[in-house]
Each structure stands twice: as C-alpha cells, then as structure tokens.
Design a protein around this ligand. Sequence first.
Ligand code: OAD
Length: 251
Amino acid sequence: MSGFAACDLRDAGHVVVFTGAGVSAESGIPTFRDALTGLWARYDPAALATAEAFERDPALVWGWYEWRRAKVLSAAPNAAHQAIAELAQRVPKLTVVTQNVDDLHERAGSQDVLHLHGSLHASRCFDCAQPHELPLLVPEHPEAGQRIEPPLCRHCHGMVRPGVVWFGESLPELAWERALEAARSCDLLLSVGTSGLVQPAAEIPRIALRHGAQVVHINLQPEPVNGIREYTLAGRAAQVLPTLLAQVSGQ
Ligand code: OAD
C-alpha cells in the first residue's frame, strides 16, 4: 500500500499535506480526541475554547492556553514534521495546511504553512484585535488548570486573547481561501493525524477527492475509505511519513 502511495507521490505535481493533532503527538503535544490523553477527554471545551468562556473567566482560559504554549515551546518537531519539510524539496509544489496551533511545521523547515485554526503564538487584543507579542518563555511553566491573568493590550488596554480559532468563530479568511484553492488544484493530498471531525476544516480532503486528487489518510487506525482514489496507511505519522519519503527518494 505504501509502495503505491510513494509512486503516486513521485509523479504528483502539487501535493497538499493536511495535518491534525496526531502529527504533533510524538512531540509530546496532546491531541484532542484520543480516549484517555486527548484534551477534550480531560477538559471541557465549552469552559476553555469559546469567546464566552474567556469573557466569563479570562484567567482560567488564558492560564490553560499558556500551559499549552509552554508545552509547545519546550517541544521539538518530530520525524513526521521533518519528513513533510523534506518532501517539499522532492516534489514540484507542496502546500502544508494544518489545523494545529503549534509552530512545529515551521520549526522543521516547512514554509508558508496555512494555519486554519490560528496559532498559540499569535495573540491579539480581544477588543481591538491589535496583535500582541508574547515572550518566548512562559515564565512560570504553568500547570494545567492554573489561572493566569491575561496581559493588557498596549493600544486600548483590553485583554489579550489567544490567537486560536475558538468554537463558534470563523476560520482566518485568507488561510481558508488558500487552503480551498490548494485542495481544488492538487494532484495528491496526504491527510495526517486528524480525526476529520471538525468542520469546515474536515472538508479539505473531501474537496481534494471531489476535484480528482488522490487522498491518502495516515492515522494510527485504518480510516474507512470509499472512493477509488482514496487510500489509508495505518501507523504512527513519525514512522509512516519517513518511510514514504525514503520511497519517494528511491532509498
Ligand atoms: P483529534 O484529537 O480530533 O484527532 C487526532 C487524530 O490523530 C486521531 O484520529 C488519532 O487517531 C490520530 N493520531 C494520534 N496519534 C497519532 C500518531 N502518532 N500518528 C498518526 N495519527 C495519530 O485532532 P484534530 O483532528 O487535529 O480545533 O482535531 C481537529 C480540531 O479539533 C483541532 O484543530 C482543535 C480541536 O477542537 C481548534 O482548536 C479550533
């Protein structure tokens, strides 16, 4: 099966790599929906990942995101992020579209990554939306659940919020438009480490499939596939992607 995908990868003019939390799991960043370790199995998204939650209890929400930002800052890209960055050197065009709010693709060397759900590193004012730069060190290395007061905006003294997309919010327009365009025009899409449950991001592989691309799902479990151009590779992203890369490179 992976021999098949490798041969198609070699011939693809434009590859899209669409990633979810599973691609960063092996860097020690928790996923959302894995049964015991997933964030949404342990914490209530309505209390932490909505604008209403932030208005109700900003210190709880800000503390939770600072805990996650501290985890990301102390994590390193894994072999999956590295293989994706390397693959960009082996095909004519490669677009990374991610649902992840970490920067591990960029730190592995991927360029121009489209972040559909924003970034933990791009905070902005809740009121006036001016960007707010955060220190690259989280001072106290917070515990999960630790309350931290959000900083105040330098422009309007409003509260600074995390730069992520919360439930009920729209995706960043430009990233979404560019992701749609890439999905419609690619020859092959690798969907890596995502449960495919969160809309509208989950449409990206389906759009690629409808527009004639081959779609390969890489996940711990085999994904159910319907189309003749849809395939599944079961395994850890940090193992499957380097294997594919080696096959593309003829090693
Ligand atoms: P999920 O937690 O829903 O799914 C992670 C997927 O990765 C699961 O299907 C796992 O089986 C798979 N997985 C785990 N470890 C893996 C590994 N080492 N190799 C390959 N696959 C692995 O995460 P997402 O699909 O990214 O939204 O979740 C989508 C969105 O839901 C997130 O972006 C977040 C969340 O609410 C926002 O924050 C807006």
